[in-house]
Write a protein that binds this ligand. Structure first.
Ligand SMILES: [Zn+2]
Ligand SMILES: [Zn+2]
Length: 278
């Protein structure tokens, strides 16, 4: 008995006039009209196994409709590619899209995913940060990983532990990374301690009171809202302080010179995630 041919669903990409010659089904059972030629041109990994070209044979994929919508957007020669820097895209969907872009070899989508992810680093909540970290660790992908990792040492250990329950290797890496930050914090505190610069201030036996006064401006400035500052941020704070009226940035005793040389080195020793994965 002949089955009636279902009407092919339209392509969902706005303004697309290309004929639909294949139907894709998402994991949540939505149907998408698509074009074989586009799928093959834009995705190195197409056609996947079980590929059927007839419209009445639906190709079932494991991606959700949200992810397929985005992926198909990157499967058209269009000026209006999906905007992955849009904060409205759920982080789970964005990560699933990264996965799909990698799986099907859609390099335009993959590049957009990386840019989109990097852009989100500053606004993700702890769960989002831990998700991205896990995603990257599980794929041995260290692209921009420090942008995410350096925002996680402030997350309570208990929270991280329960989040990474099924991923002990990620938790192990994170713990080592977190310990390294604790050590760095202590190193920073010491670099900001006047007693670390035991030079005699001019004809005095005291440590340099000018440097001591100067360092007061920076105590507690290793973090901004829980996140360790980078050298760029710290240094621009320093430039700001240097410009304040009544601030001395030099002293004949040489304590400032010692401090300046030391502080930059301390920042160069900030932990980097990749130091723990190699
Ligand atoms: Zn189309
Ligand atoms: Zn001095």
């Amino acid at each position: 008995m002949d089955m009636p041919t279902p009407l092919a669903p339209a392509c969902r990409v706005e303004g697309c006039m290309i004929a639909v010659d294949v139907v894709l089904q998402s994991s949540d059972n939505e149907l998408f009209g698509a074009h074989t030629k586009n799928l093959e041109c834009f995705n190195e990994g197409f056609p996947p196994a079980g590929w059927a070209k007839k419209v009445d044979e639906v190709v079932v994929l494991t991606e959700s409709s949200a992810v397929l919508t985005l992926l198909l957007g990157f499967t058209h020669n269009s000026l209006a590619l999906p905007d992955l820097e849009d904060g409205d895209i759920d982080i789970d969907n964005l990560l699933s899209l990264c996965e799909a872009a990698e799986k099907y070899g859609n390099f335009i989508a993959l590049q957009a995913c990386r840019r989109g992810l990097k852009n989100r680093a500053k606004t993700l909540d702890p769960d989002g940060l831990l998700k991205v970290l896990r995603y990257k660790v599980c794929r041995f992908d260290s692209t921009d990983i420090n942008d995410f990792a350096r925002r996680t040492p402030g997350i309570p250990v208990k929270e991280v532990w329960s989040f990474y329950k099924g991923y002990p290797e990620v938790y192990y890496l994170w713990s080592r990374y977190q310990i390294a930050w604790a050590e760095w914090d202590a190193e920073f505190d010491s670099a900001m301690d006047i007693n670390s610069y035991p030079v005699r201030h001019l004809n005095d036996v005291r440590q340099c009171p000018e440097l001591d006064k100067y360092l007061d401006y920076f105590r507690g400035s290793k973090k901004v809202s829980g996140i360790r500052v980078t050298w760029e941020v710290f240094n621009s704070n320093r430039m700001f302080v240097n410009g304040l009226p009544g601030i001395k940035t030099m002293c004949g005793c040489g304590a400032f010179t010692k401090w300046t040389a030391n502080i930059q080195k301390v920042f160069e020793r900030q932990p980097r995630w990749e130091d723990f994965t190699n």
